[in-house]
Design a protein around this ligand. Sequence first.
Ligand code: RRO
Length: 315
Amino acid sequence: MSGVATEVDLRVELCGLELAHPVLNGSGTFDAIAARRTFGDGLLDRFPFAAFVSKTITPQPRAGNPPPRLFETPAGMINSIGLPNKGLEGFLESDLPSLCELPVPLIVSVMGTSHAEFERLVSAVAPHDEVAAIELNVSCPNVESGLIVGEEPIETRSLLEALRGLTAKPLIVKLTPNVADPASVASAAQQGGADAVSLINTLKATAIDPATLRPWLGARRGGLSGPAVRAIALEQVRAVASAVTVPVIGMGGIESGADALAFLAAGATAVAVGTASFRDPLAAERVRVELAEALESARMPSIAALRSRVGSTST
Ligand code: RRO
């Protein structure tokens, strides 16, 4: 990061939200409440994201998976955190008031195992004025059908149809990369009434402990993220952005302004930094500054100019 101020206009509009720049966080990769405890209110003056996506919550509290929960891979990591969270009531009482103090729009991520669970979550979260949008994490089984919602276009569409009437706030569907054709799931989400899609979640992965020759992770398998997945994420973002008209939030191994620029050129309206924030909590700030510098070098005065240059069809 050179720190040279640029004149580039990084503002983007994401399903009605006016964002100062296009860099968000990936859900579950930045604990803003813990970061504020550690870094103090200075974090709010220098908040690295243009909108904040909270860690996914479920209706009931969950302890998460047994350890070990992380495994480092070449250029990435596998996590099997297992959705530890305080549950809906705990989130509303303990976390939401703190998250509302962040200086950017708040996007709350939710996951259920049935339409009824998702309906409960959306109905309880959406009425809070400080909640700008809801992200639906669909990498979970529907206990009624036994299918992973986000792996089946019909499941995804029917979930959105069940939720659409519950709120006028933007519904963002977080897509799984663990399908042959993510564009068909994205199209189904749009047909069901989604306002945006975000991708990719992590790729199914495992690691073997060389000493025991048994799975390293307590939950046996997990999800791969980091630069190792970037090229796959970029292709999925390109495919999805050319299949839908709603905005796409692209993520997967973004660590630099050049990476972010590639996702925007592939059709994303916004990007998210995930794994890189574990090593450097200000990685997203560096990505934003480098992105502005890259646009300036390319003589593009704004994100809008970039999007018209690449002729994106995603907004
Ligand atoms: O908590 C997790 O283990 C987890 C979730 Br909810 C998710 O959506 N993606 C991921 O890689 N880990």
